[in-house]
Design a protein around this ligand. Structure first.
Ligand SMILES: Cc1cc2nc3c(=O)[nH]c(=O)nc-3n(C[C@H](O)[C@H](O)[C@H](O)COP(=O)(O)O)c2cc1C
Length: 172
């Protein structure tokens, strides 16, 4: 069975995105990494923050897992800052220790977004699709989830289960 990880990129540990991540975790059995609990600095051309949590985390992810599901709330029409910084820092492994960066070529990417709106607008997915293409990752697809009145509807739970089965686990 493929090993996968859900990278939770919300500024709330137990917020809306986490509710959706919990459902996805239940149906995939994937591990969860909470970026909000990591110390990961912005990309730096001089690699001044090479000692923060990113390097060890990235090595662990590319060593242990075959599939990454990025789980992000929608903040200002795009992915969260936490996730953008994580993606920026992948560049560390494109400049240096490229053999570790190239491990992504064997990996798959999927995306879960979360907001209080029922759909996402055109363009939201472009950075993920293009990044997967650039990094040589197989792009499995996207699900948008919506929290209304702090709850997940039964329909939403079913949609997440179907996404897990058809888009994530089916490609293993
Ligand atoms: C800084 C910030 C920016 C937001 N921007 C948007 C937005 O552009 N579009 C939208 O639909 N919702 C936006 N929201 C609402 C969140 O997407 C929504 O409340 C989401 O469910 C929060 O998930 P979380 O609990 O994991 O943070 C924003 C919320 C915050 C805190």
């Amino acid at each position: 069975m493929s090993r996968g990880v859900i990278i939770q990129a919300s500024s709330r540990n137990n917020g809306d995105t986490h509710k959706m991540v919990s459902v996805l975790q239940e149906h995939t059995g994937y591990d969860i990494i909470n970026l909000n609990k990591k110390n990961i600095g912005h990309f730096d051309y001089e690699f001044k923050n090479a000692q923060d949590d990113f390097k060890a985390l990235f090595i662990e992810i590319t060593d242990k897992y075959e599939t990454i599901v990025f789980a992000t709330p929608i903040y200002w029409y795009t992915m969260s800052g936490l996730l953008k910084v994580f993606l920026d820092r992948i560049s560390d492994f494109l400049y240096r220790e490229k053999d570790i960066g190239r491990r992504l070529r064997e990996m798959r990417m999927a995306v879960l977004s979360c907001s209080n709106e029922v759909s996402v607008f055109d363009g939201f997915l472009m950075p993920f699709e293009k990044s997967a293409e650039y990094l040589g990752m197989e792009y499995l697809g996207h699900i948008h989830t919506c929290v209304e009145n702090d709850t997940i509807s039964k329909e939403m739970e079913l949609m997440i289960k179907e996404f897990a089965n058809k888009r994530i686990l089916a490609h293993v």
